[in-house]
Design a protein around this ligand. Sequence first.
Ligand SMILES: Cc1cc2nc3c(=O)[nH]c(=O)nc-3n(C[C@H](O)[C@H](O)[C@H](O)COP(=O)(O)O)c2cc1C
Length: 211
Amino acid sequence: MVKILGLCCSPRDGATQYALEQGLKAAAEFSPEIETELISVRGKKIAPCNGCGYCKREKTWCCIKDDMQELFEKIIHADGVLVASPVYVMTATPQLHAIASRMRPAMHCYPGMLRNKFVAAIAVGGTRNGGQETTIDDIFHLFGTRAMNMVTNESGGYTGAKVWSQDGGAQAAAQDEIGLKTVRDLGRKLAEVCYIYTLGKQAYQDGCENK
Ligand SMILES: Cc1cc2nc3c(=O)[nH]c(=O)nc-3n(C[C@H](O)[C@H](O)[C@H](O)COP(=O)(O)O)c2cc1C
């Protein structure tokens, strides 16, 4: 199976979670080999990195004990992550920034752990052009720094999926047909890339074993 994890970075069950569900549905429809799971930051305790240097010094996981370890394990076991964030002051939410800062051990202690994984981005803003593009850039910077590979959208979507919620939660986001099409296209594209990559990796490994 090819695993796509949906990471909802809104602290609410609102427009972002709704959009992410649509993206994961499109991913699952790509092939019966695609398995999806949605995880939300809502209700989770994830502190930002405090720069103590423990992970780098001891070459191990973060010493802060909260919900980050569980979330990190989900990312490690996924082939692709569909990240969805509301636009907060033209960037991704502080919750996502906390997550990315806590992924530091993946760089300093376990290099290569995330290098063959893919990330795609959905941004949901209260305003039509309220910073969806800068939020997608932000998500790419946060996960690209952690060595993951970016999957972009195609014509109409460009870098990622952009939804207008009119600050009206799931109900209002459901009315943004243009935005939701970019979400569905992106979910399908991420599934396609992860599926083909997994098949290629398997063929490569089989080839190496038969040499
Ligand atoms: C602190 C804060 C900052 C926000 N900043 C922006 C912004 O810069 N641009 C924008 O379009 N919407 C902004 N919004 C509105 C949210 O992006 C919008 O309501 C979104 O749909 C919330 O997602 P949710 O329903 O999943 O919680 C902001 C909301 C909050 C709470």
